[in-house]
Design a protein around this ligand. Structure first.
Ligand code: ATP
Ligand code: MG
Length: 425
């Protein structure tokens, strides 16, 4: 029988990588606290309509990328391709509108999209997702963008580009859409087949097509900023003013339209110069029509999702540190079987005291136990033989220097607690 492997495009995050993820979560959690965002955990599958109505029927995500299935009672369910729609659903379902506004929430977790797997693009990937729901103030757009940039700043990322645009609203977008269609209509035959398909259904998407002929056509396309209504124009100006005020570096990009239909006004993206083709590390914007699209009252909102897999790739590419890799601090090594019981007692006393400690459980000889302690990068070895047990001492060996000292059994736990504490500082 063939060995079963993980599905295509889905990967295991093994210990050598997952500790790096944990350190990014630590940084993110602190920033969330600094900005007043509270963590939630959302389901990884939802009713399909949440995404088809919320994200929009004509988007790539809904048309091509969703994992949709029927459960045993015939309900259509979908593995979440993103978290914003779920967050707004949760906000509405739990009546969060009656609390202080905006509700500032975040979550982290896997998202699933049926995409062509390649470096930086997976069928299951992780996002850090921040949403501020219930305020239409441009200062909240600024806060959300600033928060994402603060994550990258604290992680030490460089070579990033921040692109900002406005995609208008239901008042001005149709006007822009018509102007764009009128322009593109004159070049229809030269558009790529995909963009010809987009022409009627979603012409804005043609703006971010990467095919060179489409790009040169869209170079001359009308700029959305010339078509914004008064409200959207003022909003965009306030966002730009706020970003400049806090010293954020950004570039206005008229091509930035984002893939999801529910965006209104602000759209932004953060690109990494070190990722090649899959270069977006974060995308977000305002989605004032999403709550209504999924059956709720009109509720403005703004947020972003950052791709964790791509953040880690960029950090590795840039040679950045991830903090200290957790490792065993002490190993209990027994010289003979007569010391095993005392060794076990010591092992659990140390663990209980918060000193990361391990001990062989398979009856290895002393030499092999010492070798394992070295491989685990233990800072100290507690050597115990029957004679030490009788004497009431432990031979404590410092692995980096090889020096060994006899410590009273009664004092050994306190001694290692001190040393482990000092090592952490
Ligand atoms: P892309 O243009 O790369 O397809 P997107 O616009 O579809 O990205 P969003 O829906 O905005 O992406 O999701 C936010 C972030 O999630 C992206 O900026 C990216 O970092 C990450 N992301 C999206 N799709 C994937 C994927 N298939 N694999 C890994 N990360 C992803
Ligand atoms: Mg995509």
């Amino acid at each position: 029988m063939e060995n079963i492997k993980a599905p295509r495009g889905v990967r295991d995050i093994l210990p050598d990588e997952s500790w790096k993820w944990a350190s990014i979560f630590d940084v993110t959690r602190k920033i969330a606290e600094d900005f007043g965002y509270r963590e939630v955990h959302l389901p990884i599958f939802e009713q399909t309509e949440l995404f088809s109505r919320g994200i929009g029927e004509t988007t790539d995500v809904v048309e091509k990328e969703m994992y949709t299935f029927s459960d045993r009672s015939g309900r259509s369910l979908t593995l979440r391709p993103e978290a914003t729609a779920s967050m707004v659903r949760a906000y509405l379902e739990h009546g969060m509108a009656s609390g202080p506004q905006p509700s500032k929430l975040w979550c982290a977790g896997p998202m699933m999209r049926y995409e062509r797997p390649q470096k930086g693009r997976y069928r299951q990937f992780w996002q850090l997702d921040f949403e501020a729901i219930g305020s239409s103030s441009p200062l909240v757009d600024v806060e959300v963008i600033a928060l994402s940039l603060e994550i990258f700043r604290r992680l030490g990322l460089s070579n990033l580009e921040v692109l900002v645009n406005s995609v208008g609203c239901p008042v001005c977008r149709p006007v822009y859409r018509s102007a764009l269609q009128a322009y593109l209509g004159g070049h229809f035959e030269s558009l790529c087949p995909t963009c010809q398909g987009r022409y009627d259904r979603n012409p804005l998407r043609i703006l971010d097509c990467k095919v060179p002929t489409c790009r040169s056509i869209t170079d001359g396309a009308p700029d959305v900023r010339d078509h914004l209504c008064e409200e959207c124009r003022v909003h965009f100006d306030e966002v730009l003013k706020g970003l400049a005020l806090i010293g954020a570096k950004f570039r206005i990009d008229k091509r930035l339209v984002r893939g999801l239909d529910y965006y209104t006004k602000t759209a932004y993206e953060v690109l990494s110069g070190d990722l090649g083709a899959q270069n977006a590390v974060c995308g977000g914007g305002r989605y004032d029509n999403l709550a209504e699209a999924i059956g709720g009252p009109h509720t403005p909102g703004v947020g972003f999702a950052a791709g964790l897999d791509r953040i880690v790739l960029t950090m590795e590419q840039q040679g950045l540190g991830f903090g200290k890799e957790p490792s065993i601090f002490a190993t209990v090594v027994i010289a003979d079987e007569g010391a095993r019981d005392e060794g076990l007692r010591l092992l659990y006393e140390l663990r209980k005291a918060g000193v990361p400690t391990d001990m062989d459980a398979s009856g290895k000889g002393m030499k092999a136990q010492m070798k394992a302690a070295g491989a685990a990068k233990a800072a100290y070895v507690c050597l115990l033989g029957s004679s030490e047990v009788v004497k009431g001492v432990v031979a404590l060996k410092e692995m980096s220097t090889g020096t060994q000292a006899e410590i009273e059994r009664d004092r050994i736990v306190a001694e290692l607690v001190l040393k482990a504490g000092a090592a952490r500082c």
